[in-house]
Design a protein around this ligand. Structure first.
Ligand code: HEC
Ligand code: HEC
Length: 321
C-alpha cells in the first residue's frame, strides 16, 4: 500500500518535472549537451548516434525547391546508403558508418565546411579534384560501387560520375552543412583523425593477433566475431570486412587511416579510450581481412608515391609502378 502511494507520488512529480521541462523546451535541433562548435563532441557515446546538429528533415529553413529536396535526399543517402542509393552500393556500408552523425561529429571524419575546401590536390589521383570527384571516389571505394561491375566487364555506365543524381544530392547536403564556413577557411576540426607521426608503429612491428585479442574483448558485442555487425538498439554498424564491406582501394584500407578512425570514435560506448597502439593493432587486424577488390588500383598514385600503409596494393618497384 505504502509502496503504491510512493509510486503515485513519484509519477506525479515526474509529470510535473516533464511539463516544466517542456515549458523550457530548447529551440529545435538543440541538445541537452554543449556542441563542439558545429559538431557533436567526440566524447559522446552511441546514445547520441541519431543527433544531427543540422538536420534537413526537420529544418524549417528548407522549402519545397529542387535544391532543398536534394539536400534532404543527400542526407538520406548519407545516413542509409544501401537503401537510398542501391545502384551504387552492392554491400551494406553507409557513409554515416565512418562519418558519424551525418558527418557532423568531432574526430569522426567530420565534413562540415568541406564544400569550401575543394578543388584540392589529391595525391591518390595526382591532380586537383572537385568535391563531386571526392564523393564519386567514396562511392567507388568505401561503398564498393565497382562491385556492380560484373567480372571482366568494362561497362562503366554502372558506375557513379560527378553528375549522377545521387552524387549531386550528397554534394547538395554537404554544401548545406558547409554554409557559414567560407571558401578555403581553416577548419580546426579537419584532419583530426590522424595518429600523430611520433606514435606511428612501423607496419612490421604490428601484430594482427594482438589486434584480434583487443577486437574480441572490446568490439565483438557490436561488430560480431565475424565482423559483419550486430543490431544494437536501432543502430547497426557496417561490415568491417568481407564482400559487403568497403573495398581494398578505400582510404580505410590503409592501416594508419583506419587506426585514426577507430582511435577517437570507437568503441562507441567509450570513444577515445583506446591507446594509439591499440588502434593500430586493431587496424592491422581488420585490414588483414579479405574485402572486395577495387579493380583500378593500378591507376592510383601514379604521380605521388604509394603510401607505405596501403597494404592491399601490390608493392611497386622504382622502375615499374
Ligand atoms: C569505410 C569508411 C568510410 C566510408 C563508408 C565513407 N568514407 Fe568518406 N572518408 C573516409 C576516410 C578514411 C576519408 C579520408 C579522411 C582524411 O583524409 O582525413 C574520407 C574522406 C571523405 C571526404 C573528404 C574529407 C576531407 O576532409 O578531405 C568526403 C567528402 C567524404 N569522405 C565523403 C563520403 C561520402 C559521401 C561517403 C558515402 C558515399 C563516404 N565518405 C563514405 C572513410 C569513409
Ligand atoms: C557499443 C557498440 C559498438 C562497439 C563496442 C564498437 N563499435 Fe564500432 N561502430 C558501432 C556503430 C553503431 C557503428 C556505425 C555508426 C553509425 O552508422 O552511426 C560503428 C562503426 C565502426 C566503424 C566504421 C566502419 C563500419 O564498418 O561501420 C569502424 C571501423 C568501427 N566501428 C570499429 C570498431 C572497433 C575496432 C571497435 C572495438 C575497439 C568498435 N568499433 C567497437 C558500434 C560499436
Amino acid at each position: 500500500m505504502r509502496f503504491q502511494h510512493i509510486s503515485v507520488l513519484a509519477a506525479l512529480l515526474l509529470t510535473v518535472a516533464t511539463l516544466a521541462c517542456q515549458g523550457r523546451e530548447p529551440a529545435k535541433n538543440a541538445f541537452r549537451y554543449k556542441l563542439s562548435g558545429p559538431l557533436i563532441p567526440a566524447k559522446m557515446t552511441m546514445v547520441t548516434a541519431w543527433d544531427f546538429p543540422k538536420n534537413p528533415l526537420t529544418d524549417d529553413t528548407l522549402d519545397t525547391s529542387k535544391l532543398s529536396s536534394n539536400v534532404r535526399l543527400g542526407f538520406e543517402i548519407f545516413t542509409d546508403t544501401p537503401r537510398s542509393a542501391p545502384a551504387f552500393v552492392p554491400g551494406k556500408i553507409s557513409c554515416n558508418n565512418c562519418h558519424l552523425n551525418g558527418g557532423q561529429r568531432e574526430r569522426a571524419l567530420p565534413l562540415v565546411g568541406i564544400a569550401g575546401q575543394f578543388p584540392e590536390y589529391n595525391r591518390r589521383a595526382g591532380r586537383l579534384i572537385s568535391l563531386n570527384d571526392r564523393i564519386v571516389d567514396c562511392f567507388l571505394r568505401s561503398q564498393n560501387a565497382t562491385g556492380r561491375l560484373t567480372d571482366g566487364s568494362t561497362d562503366q555506365s554502372v558506375l557513379p560520375t560527378p553528375t549522377s543524381k545521387e552524387v549531386l544530392a550528397v554534394s547538395a547536403y554537404l554544401a548545406w552543412i558547409s554554409r557559414g564556413t567560407g571558401m578555403g577557411a581553416t577548419l580546426a576540426w579537419r584532419g583530426q583523425n590522424a595518429i600523430p607521426n611520433d606514435k606511428l608503429i612501423p607496419l612490421a612491428s604490428l601484430d594482427r593477433a594482438k589486434g584480434e585479442a583487443i577486437y574480441t574483448e572490446r568490439c565483438t558485442n557490436c561488430h560480431g566475431a565475424d565482423g559483419q555487425g550486430v543490431t544494437v538498439g536501432d543502430k547497426r554498424p557496417g561490415p568491417l570486412w568481407g564482400n559487403d564491406s568497403w573495398n581494398d582501394g578505400a582510404r580505410a584500407g590503409r592501416i594508419y587511416t583506419l587506426a585514426g578512425i577507430i582511435r577517437w570514435s570507437m568503441p562507441y560506448l567509450d570513444p577515445g579510450s583506446l591507446t594509439d597502439e591499440d588502434a593500430q593493432q586493431l587496424a592491422a587486424f581488420i585490414d588483414s581481412k579479405p574485402r572486395p577488390a577495387y579493380p583500378f588500383k593500378d591507376r592510383d598514385y601514379l604521380v605521388d608515391p604509394l603510401p607505405p600503409d596501403s597494404v592491399y596494393y601490390p608493392p611497386r618497384t622504382a622502375a615499374g609502378k
